[in-house]
Design a protein around this ligand. Sequence first.
Ligand code: CMP
Length: 227
Amino acid sequence: MSLAISELLRRSTLFGELSPTELEALARAAELREFARDEVIFAMFEPADGLYVLTGGRVKVCISTSEGKELIIATLGPGQFFGEMALLDDEPRSASVVAQLPTTAYRIHRSDFDRLVEAHPSIARKLMRELSLRLRRANAQMESLATLDVIGRLARYLIDLARQHGQVIGNAWVAVRRPTHQDIANSIGTTRETVTRLMSDLEQRGLVVNEGKMSYLREEVLQREGE
Ligand code: CMP
């Protein structure tokens, strides 16, 4: 059992360079948590209990606006982690994290996380690298909200989603499990009805193909955009 866990942790963004013995120790301390779709993993402003490493599914990171609406600031998938900010700055949770699909994650207790970061400069470096990447994405999202119209934001959202969570399938297409239209609307600052209408526009223009719960984008579109 713990061997399988240590292999999953080794494949994560943070812990890839730990030795097999260290991974084994971490695996013994990690606690497997399973979440149903739409289940709240933790809420904004709660005190922090630990760091979560995703092994399956997908989560959304969200904050509530002053009007009580949900704003989705990021989605994270297998291999990625969340819950590090409150551990690093000793503040309450900066956002809520909710399962967007059925999700599994290992929870690593705060004291184990602190010990690992202190003992392994490689983990601290990877943390900083990932925080920089997230800041870059947040900057890009700010730019997108300030400068693009809604269809532009939707197109960019789908491209980013496919880049981050998609899988290349045959014939140079990338497949990605599509969030609900409400979740897409909450990510790009519009309404569900507008997403439904504009999604048809994008399909007619041939940018995206939607079939069941999946969306398909051409690989070349992903490579071209944002260069
Ligand atoms: P924490 O503040 O402990 O709890 C909420 C988590 O959401 C946070 O740690 C990060 O892991 C994650 N998070 C917050 N803001 C972002 C963001 N802009 N991009 C990606 N993840 C984020």
